[in-house]
Ligand binder design. Structure first.
Ligand code: NAP
Length: 325
């Protein structure tokens, strides 16, 4: 169902008009770290959270590689402490979604469903979203057996046979998480070599619930009469042979696409849609900075995104000092 936030009983409500010094788009590690640094510079930044408070990191069950937490920390918990720390120094939050921006002149225009903001400086930290395979049955069965988030949906698959697609860190990490619930996790990878790091590879190889199906892609997701996944059609990438395999769920982890479509034609971007930034996190438009996965095709870690967010806020602070008045 599509919600129209602007409808009232008396007709169309006009968006509110507000001016802010610093607007941060996105509430993942990059956005929340930028908020902390801008707040400590006494700029009272406003974070427009988007639909996923805490960003993709909040969907991770346990983050083991963020420094300072030797026993790991839950993704949601980390997002909450980031937010609490930023709020303590004066960061403000609007739990809304940006629908359009105009970066052609200052103050910049940032429009959410409910508010028309003007901003002296904008920090973009809109992150990335999971890629889809684009195969028959994928969108039809999303939420009915097809998923892009093990932490969100794994619980529904107790003692089930699951297919995990991909050969990177995400596929292995999420596949390992799914072994908490599933009876069998079959990792289907299009090559015979994994892209994932050594520690995850070793853990997955040692887990007796995990099985690997090499040189294979999923060609179709198939369901039963009740609209629930019951099988996948697998295709051998070398022989092109196809076979049906019973499956209760399909978890897809084949990389991400940056959430930058609303900035097309306004900022310089790579062909893949990553916002181009210099070493000060400045974009092609003076006064607009970017951080995290929206601008990072290389590292995409919680710690690197947080670092980029902090750097963007420091640059934004200096920019405002130089362009006061
Ligand atoms: P990724 O490293 O880009 O891996 C994507 C995987 O999906 C690859 O194995 C790729 O196969 C496969 N793939 C891509 N398109 C496909 C298609 N159309 N059909 C079938 N398979 C396809 O993405 P990721 O695993 O999401 O990781 C992204 C970044 O986050 C990486 O830098 C990773 O290190 C990081 N990350 C780190 C951790 C951690 O440190 N714990 C956890 C999660 C993610 P090929 O190998 O053949 O290209």
């Amino acid at each position: 169902m599509e919600i129209n936030f602007n409808n009232t009983f008396s007709g169309q409500k006009q968006p509110e008009e507000k001016h802010e010094k610093v607007i941060i788009l996105g509430s993942g590690p990059a956005g929340l770290s930028a908020a902390l640094y801008a707040a400590r510079a006494e700029l009272a930044p406003l974070v427009i959270t988007g639909t996923e408070l805490g960003g993709q990191a909040s969907l991770t069950f346990l983050i083991e590689n963020y420094p300072g937490f030797p026993d790991g920390i839950g993704g949601t918990d980390l997002g909450q402490v980031f937010q609490k720390q930023a709020e303590k120094f004066g960061a403000k939050f609007d739990y809304d979604y940006v629908v359009s921006v105009d970066l052609s002149q200052r103050p910049f225009q940032v429009n959410t469903y409910n508010t028309h903001y003007q901003a002296d400086v904008v920090i973009i930290a809109t992150g990335a979203s999971p890629n889809h395979l684009g195969i028959p049955g994928e969108s039809e069965f999303t939420g009915k057996g097809v998923s892009y988030c093990a932490t969100c949906d794994g619980w529904f698959f107790k003692e089930k046979h699951l297919i995990v697609v991909g050969g990177g860190d995400s596929a292995l990490e999420e596949g390992l998480f799914l072994t908490r619930y599933a009876s069998k996790v079959e990792i289907v990878h299009r090559r015979d070599e994994l892209r994932a790091g050594a520690i995850l590879q070793r853990r997955a190889m040692e887990n007796e619930k995990i099985h690997f199906t090499w040189n294979t892609t999923v060609a179709e997701v198939m369901g039963n009469g009740s609209g629930i996944v019951e099988a996948v059609r697998l295709k051998d990438t070398q022989t092109q042979e196809e076979r049906l395999v019973p499956a209760d769920g399909v978890f897809i982890f084949i990389g991400h696409t940056p959430n930058t479509s609303i900035f097309h034609d306004q900022l310089k971007m790579s062909p893949a849609g990553y916002i181009e930034v210099d070493d000060l996190m400045a974009t092609s438009v003076p006064g607009v900075f970017a951080a995290g996965e929206a601008a990072d095709p290389h590292f995409r870690q919680v710690v690197t995104s947080a670092g980029m967010g902090a750097a963007a806020a420091i640059s934004a602070t200096r920019y405002l000092e130089e362009h006061a008045g």
